[in-house]
Design a protein around this ligand. Structure first.
Ligand code: SAH
Length: 446
């Protein structure tokens, strides 16, 4: 059975297309539901590859990116954007159906007007190239590999930041800086991380080096700043470990103040190299506005912002409530949150550096009155200790924001065991062209 002709039946949880061969489901990238496709099964049935799209869908578009086939990041770039939004809504609907065995209405996914170059954070790895035209490659690691996809522009990353990377590459070649070589553990420059604010245009460049010694760095910095007036700060981060983590612990400010500012929904936020900040600022505004609209806060409420990062949600909500409590595990994020409160002159907010589950357990012991909880945990979701404490605190409303609805529905199963009902489900497209879906759920206590 070397060549198989078949139809794409549906999508799986990662929005890959599903086909059925010999009653076995196979997930494929780059296909659209109802397309008739040809598969190559000449090697064996466990190694089936897509050969040809025989009958393309009307929803198919030419991916507007030269590295679409190599990179593996934007797995939906071959699909019309409206269709992407539709299948994300359906995905959330299916996840709820599978978990709760009943149908929940899911609002249409809120998409972007212009879904390109939306990422405010670029992370680039450098690699020495032997025998090529250029002896340096800069790009992303290919999925599940240590091979680099070398590129000059990326369809979803900030364009100014992409240009800065190209200048860094030129300067590295001119000034004879080698890229770090993982196998031989030599070479200086490992990565560059660029964060840029869409509103203030302030731009941070973090050069990740393998050792503290960065010869001629002042000349490098001077040349880089001369070419890009938007760069407001440059940081050297030292990562000498053999690890897949990009940043090391040690940092040295080479230029500027060591952080950038962003304006989000009329509040000013400090962004440092390490603390979490939503990567799509435009959609972040949509996400927070929608979440707070769903919370329908009132002046006497005490709001708990759990997993609060640099305090964005709590600070934006602060003028609508009596008091805000923010809790976050990462010390640098809590420091930034406290500073953000000061800068914005917000006095009714208190941040705590703690594990959210332990912190909530303590709140239940103190019988603290919490009216509304906004929770925004990392991808893996929350835990039973946290969820049980939420049930004990008995807030009127819970707003659960999640970047992975697959773990969110599991947590919601626990939250709906004791008087809470799911009132609204609202996906927001924070990551256009990728498989990722952000989802807000409103729970109310009846
Ligand atoms: N609400 C913020 C951050 C969301 S990301 C925003 O929108 O920007 C999730 C955050 O949870 C991260 O800042 C991470 O550091 C934090 N976190 C992870 N595990 C935690 C835990 N056990 N307790 C408290 N915070 C945690």
């Amino acid at each position: 059975m070397p060549i198989i002709t078949t139809k794409v039946l549906n999508y799986n949880e990662n929005l890959k297309g599903i086909v059925k061969i010999n009653n076995k489901e196979i997930a494929l990238d780059g296909v659209i539901k109802d397309e008739v496709i040809e598969l190559d099964a000449s090697k064996d049935l466990n190694n089936i590859t897509l050969k040809k799209i025989k009958e393309p869908s009307k929803k198919r578009v030419t991916p507007p990116c030269p590295i679409y086939n190599k990179c593996g990041g934007c797995t939906l770039l071959h699909m019309d954007y409206k269709e992407q939004l539709k299948i994300k809504t359906e995905l959330v609907e299916n996840l709820f159906f599978n978990e709760f065995k009943r149908f929940y209405k899911v609002n249409d996914t809120l998409g972007m007007v212009n879904p390109s170059h939306y990422r405010n954070k670029n992370q680039i790895v450098f690699q020495n190239v032997k025998g090529g035209k250029c002896r340096l490659a800069s790009g992303f690691y290919q999925e599940n590999s240590h091979k680099i996809v070398d590129f000059t522009t990326c369809y979803i990353q900030d364009e100014t930041s992409d240009k800065i990377v190209q200048t860094i590459k030129e300067l590295m070649l001119k000034m004879h800086y080698n890229a770090y070589d993982e196998d031989h553990k030599n070479g200086l420059i490992r990565h560059v991380l660029i964060k840029r604010s869409d509103t203030t245009k302030e731009t941070m460049v973090v050069i990740v080096t393998s050792s503290e010694v960065f010869p001629g760095c002042q000349n490098f910095v001077k040349a880089l700043v001369a070419r890009h007036k938007d760069i407001t700060t440059i940081i050297q981060n030292v990562n000498s470990r053999s690890t897949s983590a990009v940043l090391g612990d040690k940092e040295k400010i080479l230029f500027g103040k060591g952080y950038i500012n962003d304006i989000l929904l009329d509040k000013k936020f400090k962004i440092s190299s390490k603390s979490f900040y939503q990567v799509n600022s435009k959609q972040c505004a949509v996400l927070y506005t929608k979440a707070l609209e769903m919370a329908n806060l009132s002046k006497n409420d005490t709001l708990l912002d759990a997993y609060c990062g640099v305090g964005t949600i709590g600070l934006i909500a602060s003028s609508k409530v009596g008091k805000v409590i923010g809790v976050e595990l990462e010390a640098s994020a809590v420091d930034d949150a406290i500073l953000n409160a000061k800068v914005n002159n917000v006095k009714n907010i208190h941040f705590f550096k703690a594990d959210a589950s332990i912190f909530l357990k303590n709140l239940t012991n103190k019988k603290e009155k919490i009216d509304v909880i906004v929770m925004d945990p990392p991808r893996k979701g929350s835990d039973l200790k946290f969820l049980n404490s939420v049930l004990k605190l008995k807030p009127k409303k819970i707003i659960y924001i999640s970047c992975d609805p697959r773990t969110q529905v599991v947590d919601l199963k626990t939250l709906t065991t004791d008087g809470y009902t799911i009132e609204q489900i609202q996906p927001v497209d924070m990551f256009p062209h990728t498989q990722h879906v952000e989802n807000i759920v409103l729970l109310e206590r009846k």
